[in-house]
Design a binder for this molecule. Structure first.
Ligand code: UD2
Length: 323
């Protein structure tokens, strides 16, 4: 029997991952533990999970609580973070303590508990405005805003704990993950969720800049599968390494807007506003390292992911749409 800890289990990505773990590992008698401080995670994301996991309501900024949550744990998926580039621009200190201190406290707790492997949710924003495309893991990171700096610091800490203490750590650089449960109604929401809800409400979304910026939008199931593969892969292939997790395609915001509008039968044009501070222009991943070392494959395409996401928001927010 092994015990797995998912940090940030009430969040968008963490809750999907916890669900998958229960489906695939729970049956072997393995125990799934989750922690969240509900700063950005939602209690409703745990509704179906709470009675099937060991749950710790805990903030990783609290070193003692982090250590307590690690006790008895063999494997950790470190998903907890205070996400969003613009949120970190507005309030860098709160993001800093959550993302850097929180990650450090978790690593120290994990070291004391003898945790074997940590799979860390890193961010593609670490590449910043590097001139080359597609992004390859060997490129020198050039983070711009505080959030990517913080997520990158976490990566370096992960690598350090592998090199210095022999803890198997694997970093997954996510490229704009989207899908059901992504918070749609915060000023810091990911663009896909935000636009879907705005269109359902009949509001015209605002595109920051000319809309020709591109992202390697990646459906949530791909990120979950990368996590499972990274946890299962032999240490000699993955420990101390960083992998891009994406689809390997670039989609402009204008095009994404049009597909969403078609799926939601929204007939108005977007509003164009000024570019957002700290934003990068383009993002596109080379996913060959993940393919080779993890056996990673894109299981749900961009288009299919959009369809599934729109269906979910329609079901979830149908009352809103009726208003
Ligand atoms: C970054 C990271 C991503 C993840 C995420 C966490 C990159 C490439 N990716 O995503 O890996 O860590 O942060 O939050 O840096 N936009 C609009 N109108 C809106 C909202 C957004 O035009 O109402 C634009 C925004 O200016 C950007 C694009 O949509 O050009 C995507 O924005 P986002 O906030 O969804 O994600 P992004 O790329 O900052």
């Amino acid at each position: 029997m092994a015990r797995y800890l998912v940090t940030g289990c009430a969040g968008f990505i963490g809750s999907h991952l916890t669900e998958k773990l229960l489906e695939t590992l729970g049956a072997n008698g393995d125990v799934i533990r989750g922690l969240d401080n509900f700063e950005t995670g939602k209690r409703e994301n745990l509704a179906e999970l709470l009675n099937r996991i060991e749950f710790f309501e805990c903030d990783l900024r609290d070193a003692a609580a982090a250590a307590e949550a690690c006790r008895g744990v063999d494997y950790i998926f470190h998903v907890a973070a205070r996400p969003s580039v613009p949120r970190s621009v507005k309030d860098p200190r709160t993001s800093h303590t959550a993302n850097i201190d929180g990650t450090f406290n978790l690593l120290e707790g994990a070291r004391a508990a003898g945790v074997r492997r940590i799979v860390y949710s890193a961010s593609s924003s670490a590449y910043g405005n590097q001139p080359g495309f597609p992004r390859v893991e060997t490129m020198v990171p050039m983070p711009i805003a505080p959030y990517p700096v913080q997520k990158l610091a976490g990566e370096f800490y992960m690598k350090s704990y592998w090199q210095v203490y022999g803890m198997e750590t694997v970093c997954l650089r996510y490229f704009n993950i989207f899908g059901p449960r992504q918070v749609p109604d915060s000023p810091y929401s990911g663009v896909m969720a935000k636009f879907a809800l705005q269109m359902m409400r009949g509001e015209r979304p605002t595109i920051f800049g000319d809309g020709e910026q591109g992202r390697d939008f990646t459906y949530i199931d791909n990120a979950v599968s990368a996590n499972m593969l990274a946890m299962a892969a032999p240490a000699e292939k993955v420990a101390g390494r960083v992998f891009n997790v994406a689809c390997g395609e670039r989609h402009s915001l204008n095009k994404t807007f049009r597909i969403l509008a078609e799926l939601l039968e929204f007939n108005e044009e977007p509003i164009y506003g000024p570019s957002r501070a700290g934003d990068i222009r383009n993002s596109l991943a080379d996913i060959s390292s993940a393919r080779e070392a993890l056996g990673y494959q894109v299981t749900v395409s961009f288009e299919e992911g959009l369809r599934r996401t729109v269906e979910w928001y329609k079901r979830q927010y149908s009352e809103v749409a009726m208003r």
